[in-house]
Write a protein that binds this ligand. Structure first.
Ligand SMILES: [Zn+2]
Length: 326
């Protein structure tokens, strides 16, 4: 295939809390990695300096046999076509952040960048549970809800580079206020934050005893809700049920648009496992048009948090390999 096996890519995953860097080979082996606090609330200039230092520390691990071929970046609200992060929520870096340009000025390699959920979809396709599939939808259920759509083996970017934002499809007109300015977006219900909102709504509308009553909104985590549900806490179970019902319905809509072979779930909410997966599959099935029933898989991503760099690595590899073999 004309691929030098000593070739590696530099993969960068920028998250609201941590930034992860990795040197990754074509098989998805992470040769070296670094992790540091993003400092999303600090000015971008502070990040830039730390980023520079960490990248050069990582690159000092490269021996002379390895050749960096490209750089892949996954970041919140990153646009593949413009190379900028656009109004990323929870970041204090300004409205349009020219991240691709910043990296290009540091290192003279081709740089590819897309949003974190798109990168996760490419990672699942090349290295993860989506390997060998052609049509998948990856949902990242964390603080928000991100999505990446692979159609006929290709990531869908759309006309302007921002396709596949299922987190902001509408569930209820005049529903919960979303960070994006709209009301009733899917991620205000189906995300760790959305589930917390559901839990607090349920608690305030009932007198039933619940382990979750002892938490403040700020302290409650997705893991706490999962653990409560495993202990058969009524409020926690109801919160999972409602979340699964809303997501299942929207997944059925997505099937009507795309007919994927599988949905692949990743992120905090997916860690609840069968507790979430079983009702989710049932609700999705019950909302599916006849032609699709019993066909679409719902899978959990098996990659760990340290493997977050595999998404941006897959983005870089996809671009290199496409160019090597036009
Ligand atoms: Zn929204």
């Amino acid at each position: 295939m004309g691929v030098n096996l000593n070739k590696i890519v530099l993969a960068i995953d920028i998250g609201g809390t941590f930034t992860k860097l990795g040197l990754v080979d074509p098989k998805g082996q992470i040769i070296a990695s670094r992790i540091f606090k993003t400092g999303a609330n600090e000015p971008f200039e502070i990040f830039k300096e730390l980023f520079h230092t960490e990248i050069f520390r990582l690159i000092s691990n490269i021996n002379s046999e390895n050749i960096v071929s490209a750089i892949g970046i996954g970041a919140p609200n990153a646009n593949y076509k413009t190379g900028t992060m656009e109004n990323p929520p929870n970041f204090n870096w300004g409205q349009t952040i020219p991240l691709k340009k910043v990296v290009q000025e540091m290192l003279n390699y081709p740089v590819y960048m897309t949003n974190d959920a798109n990168a996760a979809a490419l990672g699942a396709l090349r290295f993860g549970v989506g390997k060998g599939m052609q049509n998948i939808v990856v949902l990242t259920l964390g603080t928000g809800l991100g999505s990446g759509i692979i159609n006929e083996g290709k990531l869908i970017y759309g006309q302007y580079g921002m396709a596949g934002e299922l987190g902001h499809v509408n569930v209820f007109p005049e529903g919960r206020q979303c960070n994006c300015g709209l009301k009733g977006c899917l991620e205000t219900y189906v995300s760790v934050t959305g589930m917390k909102r559901t839990v607090f709504e349920l608690l305030s509308n009932s007198n039933s005893a619940s382990i979750l009553r002892s938490y403040s909104f700020k302290d409650l985590t997705g893991k706490d809700i999962s653990e409560a549900a495993h202990q058969k806490d009524g409020i926690a179970l109801e919160a999972f049920k409602r979340t699964a019902k809303i997501l299942g319905g929207k997944m059925a809509d997505t099937v009507a648009h795309l007919e994927p072979e599988a949905f692949i779930l990743t992120g905090g909410l997916s860690q609840a496992g069968d507790l979430f997966l079983k009702p989710l599959k049932n609700y999705m099935e019950s909302a599916l048009f006849n032609a699709y029933k019993g066909k679409v898989k719902v899978l959990l991503s098996k990659s760990t948090r340290t493997e977050a760099v595999l998404g941006p690595a897959a983005l870089a590899w996809e671009n290199i390999l496409t160019k090597d073999n036009p």
